[in-house]
Design a protein around this ligand. Structure first.
Ligand code: ADP
Ligand code: MG
Length: 320
């Protein structure tokens, strides 16, 4: 390890994460940051029986339950995101996630009747929050919430907060694709973040992004997917159809200040009109974010704000 640098890889939130803090030898600080990620996973995982989210799901149709203020915050932001994305982002997607067996079943396509039946349970308006009591409820029995599209972003923001409170000036956080940069690199140069070419093996970068103090979140339908009859079946589901989002995008990267927002934005963008044009772009503008979209034909789309700090360097081509 480099001098004056603490770094750790760890597993949480269903993925591999890493935190690297420069100009620092405080092992206790990195442990505190990791403990915070574990705490968030314990509260928000839909797979842990005692999490707030599992309790909420078990109590669907039965009234309010107490939740932790962190869970409240993420649920609240998720609902706001559903509103601004006209329901494209919808955390009540869980019954569909289970039906498709995402992360569990291999190459499985549910029966159309089941999709249509389960789809009816998906409706973010059924998540009711009581701010005064810090409680939440799901209106209809069988409904269930999944924070897989937003919780990693919240956790990344929390790690950043903890490091900044300890006056850290240079750090690189990566929670399963949710990257947060603090300051510049320790040598004073700006961070250079490689953007994966979704058409090639992991580690082949399509281009390099130069950033300071930003979060970079990538969501892709090129990792967890299978192909059948020319259709790509992946893990981001369209609440309107109950099917994997129909999109030309293979990967969407958002660059923004808040990782939680960028996380929800990349997920929602798969559903919104190719993520980039029309509704998707409106949302990007509203959040003052920048976006890189890589389409399955190799086309690369970038928002204007990235013209100077994103350089395409592989055989994919750039298009205005
Ligand atoms: P990843 O977790 O692979 O980085 P995302 O941040 O895009 O990718 O999150 C995908 C996860 O979000 C899915 O595995 C599922 O749990 C959840 N999800 C799927 N479709 C939606 C949707 N329309 N709205 C909100 N969450 C979704
Ligand atoms: Mg996401």
């Amino acid at each position: 390890m480099e001098a004056n640098c603490v770094s750790k890889d760890f597993f949480s939130l269903g993925t591999v994460n890493s935190i690297k803090i420069y100009n620092c030898d405080d092992e206790e600080l990195i442990e505190r940051a990791i403990t915070r990620v574990y705490e968030i996973d314990d509260l928000m995982s839909a797979y842990k029986l005692d999490s707030d989210i599992s309790r909420l799901n078990r109590n669907s149709g039965k009234g309010f339950i107490d939740i932790h203020p962190d869970t409240f915050k993420v649920l609240n932001r998720a609902i706001e995101f559903s509103q601004v994305s006209s329901g494209a982002f919808d955390i009540t997607i869980r019954p569909l996630v289970e039906l498709w067996g995402i992360g569990r079943k291999k190459n499985f396509i549910p029966h159309e009747d089941d999709i249509n039946r389960i789809k009816k349970l998906v409706n973010y308006k059924s998540v009711v929050l009581d701010k005064i009591r810090c409680q939440a409820c799901l209106d209809i029995p069988g409904q269930a919430v999944d924070l897989g599209g937003i919780a990693k972003g919240f956790a990344a923001d929390e790690v950043k907060r903890i490091l900044l409170e300890s006056d850290i000036e240079n750090a690189l956080i990566n929670l399963g694709g949710n990257i947060v940069t603090i300051g510049n690199r320790p040598d004073g140069r700006t961070w250079q973040i490689g953007i994966q070419n979704p058409l090639e093996v992991t580690g082949s970068f399509l281009g390099i992004l130069t950033v300071t103090d930003k979060t970079i979140v990538t969501s892709g339908c090129n990792e967890r997917f299978f192909m059948k009859d020319g259709i790509r079946y992946h893990h981001i589901l369209d609440p309107r159809t109950g099917m994997p989002a129909k999109t030309t995008a293979l990967s969407i990267t958002a660059i923004a200040d808040c990782s939680m927002d960028a996380d929800a934005l990349t997920t929602a963008s798969f559903i919104l009109e190719n993520g980039f044009r029309g509704d998707g772009l409106d949302l990007v503008r509203k959040l003052d974010a920048q976006v890189i979209i890589i389409n399955s034909d190799g086309e690369v789309l970038i928002t204007d704000g990235l013209k100077r700090n994103f350089k395409v360097r592989s055989r994919c081509y750039e298009k205005e």
